[in-house]
Design a protein around this ligand. Structure first.
Ligand code: TRP
Length: 461
């Protein structure tokens, strides 16, 4: 017997859940790093344009497809655009599955660093400890990696098990305010540091001479990842929205909050880095470098109240990651529920186990495990983890996103999209014609440019 579909209890609960999905490692880990690599200022400006011109219209498109269909990504796309579009939904579910499998591994690292910083806060940061070795030591330890990612997976399953309003929404309503609070504490502390002026100039003063064509594409590619677009996550969350809530207002809030948090995280990290002489030369190496190698040490040498803020920072990373992993698992679970008629509890546990098998592969990618640590499909990408990340960021999200713009802009009727966006609750500033222009022309052209760049070897992972 079909059960009554669960819905978000409140608009704010939904906005927080979707914002929780969007805010994640992309904001705390990837964005600061690519801003760094692309020399700040001008890149940030380009990123803001991409978010507004491409991210926001696609966010509205995904949410409206979901709400209209009241089904998971597969069913909702079939309803919206025709039976063949179920394949695009299936592509998205697969993407969610793969992304979740390795995202959990990085999330697990935040648990490890929380434990270590607690230890250092209580017994002192050991003089001369090389944080680079701490990092390689933990990623190379198979037992530890499996335990951390199992712990994180269990947490994710536990939330999704309780469903949309009692699980996901409740967690978002509790955790996001905590996340904002921690971020503000960190921001206040960072702004008081000697490097904050230089950090703000680096981030907000554009110098277009340093902008390269690849940077534009990187900003565009990242706007998909950070907003959880291109794979049906927002279609899924949209399918739980009630009719009397405005999709346009919700989209604007989600997009604005995600962007704000990414910028705040960047200000925090750069203020710390610029406060230390010579640090800016050392950070260059890698994404993990900033979050898990440079920062831990600096909490104990530079950051005011670092003893407190260090562990809190890793709590922040873990919370941000958890509200993203639950949304990734929900993409898979809602598909199993809606398309295969499985009850939520069984669907959650089954999907959780299936994903975890692949999490094992990702977790062992940095240990000396034949195949998992040596696999080389794409140039410069070694191991299961990097291969999966490359495939998702470069191939799956852009192609999925492109298909969604076509579905919403060209296949669905004007009447169908208009009635969802002009739902009687839309804000005054919203103009349907402008949205339609962006979703039909601007967004697909921009996404097509990413796909073409990938074909020519540009790397977004
Ligand atoms: N937006 C997430 C982040 O910035 C990552 C992500 C991409 C995601 N697609 C998703 C999260 C789908 C949940 C669902 O970290």
């Amino acid at each position: 017997m079909p059960q009554q579909r669960d819905h978000w209890n409140s608009n704010i609960g939904f906005v927080l859940a979707a914002t929780g999905s969007a805010i994640g490692l992309g904001n705390l880990w990837k964005f600061p790093f690519i801003t760094w690599e692309n020399n700040g200022g001008a890149f940030v400006l380009v990123y803001l344009v991409c978010i507004a011109a491409v991210g926001l219209p696609i966010m509205m498109a995904e949410l409206l497809i979901g709400r209209r269909g009241q089904k998971s990504a597969v069913g909702a796309l079939k309803d919206a655009a025709g039976p063949a579009w179920g394949l695009v939904g299936g592509w998205g579910v697969t993407c969610g599955f793969i992304l979740l499998s390795y995202y959990t591994v990085i999330a697990g690292w935040s648990l490890y660093y929380f434990a270590r910083t607690m230890e250092w806060s209580f017994s002192g940061f050991p003089a001369g400890l090389a944080t680079g070795d701490v990092f390689t030591g933990q990623v190379g330890n198979a037992g530890l990696q499996l335990a951390l990612s199992l712990g994180f997976s269990l947490g994710t399953v536990a939330v999704v098990y309780f469903g949309v309003s009692k699980g996901i929404e409740r967690i978002a309503r509790t955790f996001l305010p905590i996340l904002f609070g921690i971020l503000i504490l960190l921001l206040v502390s960072a702004l008081g540091m000697s490097g904050s002026g230089e950090a703000l100039r680096f981030i907000f003063r554009p110098s277009f001479a340093e902008l390269e064509a690849d940077s534009v594409l990187e900003a565009l590619g990242h706007s998909f990842f950070t907003l959880s677009l291109g794979m049906g996550a927002m279609i899924t969350y949209g399918s739980y929205i009630a009719r009397h809530h405005s999709i346009v207002k919700a989209s604007a809030m989600i997009v604005a909050l995600d962007t704000l948090i990414a910028l705040i995280a960047t200000v925090i990290m750069f203020s710390v880095i610029f406060s230390v002489a010579g640090m800016s030369e050392q950070v260059g190496g890698s994404t993990v470098g900033m979050l898990f190698i440079s920062l831990p040490e600096l909490f104990y040498s530079e950051v005011p109240f670092g003893v407190l803020l260090g562990p809190l920072f890793y709590v922040l990373v873990a919370l941000a990651a958890l509200t993203s992993t639950i949304s990734l698992l929900e993409v898979v679970v809602s598909y199993v529920i809606d398309e295969h008629g499985v009850a939520r509890h069984r669907a959650t546990i089954g999907s959780g186990i299936a994903v975890f098998v692949f999490t094992i592969f990702a977790a062992l990618s940095f240990t000396d495990t034949p195949f998992l640590s040596t696999l080389a499909v794409f140039a410069n990408k070694t191991g299961w983890f990097e291969t999966a990340d490359h495939f998702v960021s470069n191939w799956m999200l852009p192609t999925g996103g492109f298909a969604i713009t076509i579905a919403a802009g060209w296949i669905m009727s004007r009447k169908a999209t208009e009635s969802e966006l002009l739902d009687g609750n839309q804000p005054d500033w919203f103009n349907y014609g402008v949205w339609r222009f962006f979703i039909r022309f601007v967004a697909p052209a921009a996404v097509a440019a990413i796909i073409i760049a990938v074909l020519f070897g540009v790397d977004f992972s």
